[in-house]
Design a protein around this ligand. Structure first.
Ligand SMILES: [Zn+2]
Length: 381
């Protein structure tokens, strides 16, 4: 048992150090791209505050897992459901609080450095309301899991399977929770988009999000007759031409034609199977306490290096999916429209600062714009 705490703590310390080192490298790498002196001072101060905040959270987690606070709980015979729910509530609450402070710092950072104005007051109210709903739902969900875990593993597996199937069926509804969008009203543009859809033999509804966004992008979601493409508001409000908007639409249709949502589902099921398999092994041979939540916490810390590797692999796959969608779109419409779109997205983006290439290799879900253009030119001559 002792080895578990030690391995978990070592894993946590190593990954935390890597995160902090990445922050320091990014500080110098992005800082170099800002050359105004006064600006640099502001940038350094804000960056330091963000890093200090992250460091505090890491230290707090370190103290909790290293002084065996959690393990001491297992020495007592508390009510299993109560302890599980209490700890689960604390975890979700702390994560939401962490995200809230992180987002507030980002909004201040964006306003000061990139001159992006967002309504902080409105954000805090929206976020708090959303957090309340998320916490309530996640506790209800976790209660069911704990109850089944304590009583019947077959029931638990069936419940989880049903949950995965339902979330897949209602994926479009879940993805668009909180996104206010209206149907596209530019008739000429709508007609051009519908022409592309007919050509690709995929019909979708077309919406424009009413949320303010930093970049011009879009997403496709849903199945059957409920498929929809949602464009970000920035795409309509900036000076993108109809051809460029059509190019983005073709790229989104390509995701559907390439069955990327099914690939993603298979990928997710694969991760869930690996996760459950490893958890069963972990519980059988290595570690077990009467409380599911404590088992899960140490399990996550124990397999942290595997989680990190899978995360990087997932991003590599995601970038490949983007290249393939570009390739399909370049075959469907004029490739120059896509290249022009990509160049404009890069020019239009309010955040033009690049992070270190090694960092983007690990965390970025999309390839760099210039790499995408290079690939399109390679695919189609
Ligand atoms: Zn894409």
């Amino acid at each position: 048992m002792k080895a578990i705490y030690e391995i978990s703590t070592i894993n946590f310390v190593i990954i935390s150090l890597l995160v902090l080192v990445a922050d320091i490298i990014n500080y110098f790498y992005t800082g170099k791209q800002l050359n105004l002196k006064n600006f640099r001072c502001k940038f350094s101060c804000l960056y330091l505050i963000k890093m200090l905040f992250k460091f505090t959270i890491i230290v707090v987690i370190y103290i909790i897992i290293n002084n065996k606070l959690l393990i001491n709980i297992t020495q007592h015979k508390y009510n299993s459901l109560l302890i599980n729910i209490l700890l689960w509530f604390l975890i979700v609450f702390v994560i939401r609080l962490y995200m809230l402070i992180k987002n507030i710092l980002n909004i201040i950072f964006d306003a000061q450095i990139y001159k992006i104005k967002r309504n902080l007051h409105k954000f805090i109210i929206d976020y708090t309301l959303r957090s309340g709903i998320i916490i309530a739902f996640s506790i209800a969900f976790f209660c069911i899991i704990v109850y089944m875990y304590d009583n019947s593993s077959i029931l638990l597996l069936s419940f989880l399977s049903a949950f995965i199937i339902l979330t897949t069926i209602f994926q479009d509804k879940i993805q668009t929770i909180g996104i206010k969008a209206k149907e596209i009203d530019d008739e000429m543009l709508k007609k051009s988009l519908e022409d592309i859809a007919r050509h690709a033999k995929v019909m979708t509804k077309i919406f424009v999000s009413e949320l303010k966004s930093k970049t011009a992008n879009a997403c496709i979601c849903g199945h059957g007759d409920n498929k929809k493409v949602i464009f970000s508001s920035r795409l309509m409000n900036s000076n993108f031409s109809n051809e460029e908007i059509c190019a983005l639409y073709a790229h989104e249709l390509a995701h559907y034609k390439n069955n990327d949502n099914i690939k993603q589902l298979i990928e997710n099921i694969f991760y869930i199977i690996i996760f459950i398999g490893l958890f069963i092994l972990f519980m059988k041979h290595i570690f077990v306490t009467p409380y599911l939540i404590i088992n899960l916490i140490y399990f996550h810390l124990y397999i942290l290096p595997i989680i990190v590797i899978l995360y990087v692999v997932r991003n590599i796959i995601s970038r490949q999916i983007e290249y393939n969608a570009d390739k399909y779109a370049a075959n469907l419409i004029d490739k120059n429209a896509i290249i022009s779109l990509l160049n404009k997205i890069e020019d239009d983006s309010l955040i033009k600062i690049n992070k270190h290439p090694l960092y983007t290799f690990c965390v970025s879900t999309h390839p760099k714009i210039q790499d995408r253009i290079l690939k399109i030119n390679q695919f189609i001559i």
